[in-house]
Design a protein around this ligand. Structure first.
Ligand SMILES: Cc1cc2nc3c(=O)[nH]c(=O)nc-3n(C[C@H](O)[C@H](O)[C@H](O)COP(=O)(O)OP(=O)(O)OC[C@H]3O[C@@H](n4cnc5c(N)ncnc54)[C@H](O)[C@@H]3O)c2cc1C
Length: 434
């Protein structure tokens, strides 16, 4: 017999779990279907040799929507904020980063006129209302506010650092600057890795009656009745949901619903944000003072996360990430990219190879499912009634965990609203307030 649920959520990542938690507070039956053999998606943490590896560098934005939503759901977020400062690397030179007052005053990256321009730009960044920048690219905005090439390059670097997006001429100034403003107010590295967030969301959902099916791949979505959506899995199981939340890849949705179902155009045009990451655990740091460096014009990031978050069972281990920001459609040669990241690490931590406990290299991973483009129009109307969209790609104003969390909460609220409306009609059972 085909089992029926009020809500079926496709995808057990951050957005799916957040939606499940908000829905779990109501008298709705909720099933989460996850393709992998464990939940968490891109927020999962892998433990290798007692070292905790997030999937590349993961920072939670202190004033972004995700933190507030997680706290509202009762998730404990333990960890510390990394220090500002660090260095910028260009060719064979290393400069103090002008991210602190001392850095601004003393960095050899800038001459005095540029220092003044940089301070002015930082003030503009703080004051600008990003909501009005929808029709402008980040590049156009940067070239409007800064004349010095060095200051412009520093803004491009900050945009990459904040959003992982490496295409300023295509990306929306609204999203990049909105996000950058959150990043400038501070980030947190999480003790135990982001898995601790996932685990808490999972436990709370289960305690409130949500059911989970892992190793379950949904391969087809069909509307079989006005308030019934049928999901077919690769094991040929059939599951019915009154509402379905889709939180997997936007590019794959058209394959699941078939050609005849109308989907909003943005879903077919989504371009993912990608990167290459080298995640490394060292017995100790050869150069303990060098915790954070960025390529100035080369799109490379290096940061040691373990001084600010417990990411190992051993007190001395250092967990660090070296990351390359990729452009959309960039062809990646895995070997040369690995060499590039290892060479960068050699530059900032000479002799690191002698200290390796374990390392993982992922040459081509999706960081965010949608590059936020200028003039993007995200529509949630589609050819299947009661099919709702969540994920780091499904929010018009935010991306990364902020987009995942905001969209997860939004779809849950939408379902609760629709359900209340339909219950008003037949008034069979009541909904509890959260
Ligand atoms: C290298 C890297 C660095 C990052 N750094 C940061 C950072 O510093 N700050 C930040 O906020 N965010 C960061 N992120 C992004 C953050 O991890 C993601 O935005 C967030 O985890 C996405 O959650 P999601 O639920 O939208 O998607 P996912 O986590 O991708 O969840 C979707 C789930 O759907 C499942 N699925 C797919 N297809 C099917 C199917 N057919 N049937 C059933 N299940 C299916 C997948 O297995 C997956 O578990 C980073 C990501 C990466 C990769």
């Amino acid at each position: 017999m085909t089992k029926e649920w009020d809500v079926v959520i496709i995808g057990g990542g951050l957005s799916g779990l957040i939606a499940a938690n908000y829905l779990a507070h109501k008298r709705l039956s909720v099933l989460v279907m996850e393709k992998a053999n464990q939940i968490g998606g891109r927020a999962a943490t892998k433990i290798v040799d007692h070292q905790y590896f997030n999937l590349g560098p993961h920072a939670l934005y202190k004033t972004g929507p995700a933190k507030g939503i997680l706290e509202e759901l009762g998730v404990q977020l333990k960890g510390k904020s990394p220090n500002l400062g660090g260095s910028l690397i260009e060719d064979d030179k290393q400069y103090l980063a002008p991210f602190t007052p001392l850095g601004v005053l003393t960095t050899r990256l800038f001459h005095w006129k540029e220092r003044i321009e940089w301070v002015g730009v930082l003030m503009k960044l703080k004051r600008v209302d990003s909501a009005h920048l929808h029709e402008q690219s980040f590049k156009v905005w940067v070239e409007k506010v800064a004349t010095s090439k060095n200051v412009q390059n520093l803004l491009f670097l900050l945009g990459r650092l904040a959003t992982y997006c490496n295409k300023p001429e295509m990306t929306s100034a609204k999203v990049i600057i909105g996000h950058l403003k959150h990043v400038m107010r501070g980030v947190i590295y999480i003790d135990g890795g982001w898995q601790t967030i996932i685990d808490q969301l999972y436990q709370k959902a289960v305690a409130n009656g949500v059911e989970f099916q892992t190793s379950t791949v949904v391969k087809q979505i069909d509307q079989v009745h006005q308030d019934k959506i049928q999901l077919l899995t690769t094991n040929n199981d059939r599951i019915i949901g009154k509402y379905v939340v889709y939180s997997a890849s936007p590019m794959k949705l058209s394959q699941l619903v078939g050609d005849r179902v109308w989907l909003p155009a943005f879903l077919r045009q989504c371009e993912p944000v990608k990167g290459a990451t080298l995640d490394v655990a060292l017995r100790e740091l050869p150069n303990p003072k060098n915790l954070f460096s960025l390529g100035f014009t080369t799109p490379i990031y290096y940061s040691v996360h373990s001084p600010y978050a417990k990411l190992s069972d051993s007190a001395n281990s250092a967990i660090l990430h070296v990351f390359k920001y990729l452009e959309p459609d960039q062809v990646v040669d895995s070997r040369s990219t690995r060499v590039e990241l290892e060479d960068f690490l050699e530059r900032v931590q000479p002799g690191w190879r002698e200290k390796v406990i374990t390392a993982r290299f992922l040459p081509h991973i999706i960081v965010n499912q949608r590059l936020p483009m200028v003039g993007d129009k995200l529509s949630h109307k589609m050819g299947i009634l009661n099919l709702l969209l969540a994920g780091d790609w499904a929010d018009p104003d935010s991306i990364l965990s902020d987009g995942a969390a905001a969209s997860g909460k939004r779809v849950a609220e939408e379902i609760i609203r629709m359900e209340k409306r339909s219950l008003h009609g037949n008034n069979e059972r009541g909904l509890h307030a959260i």
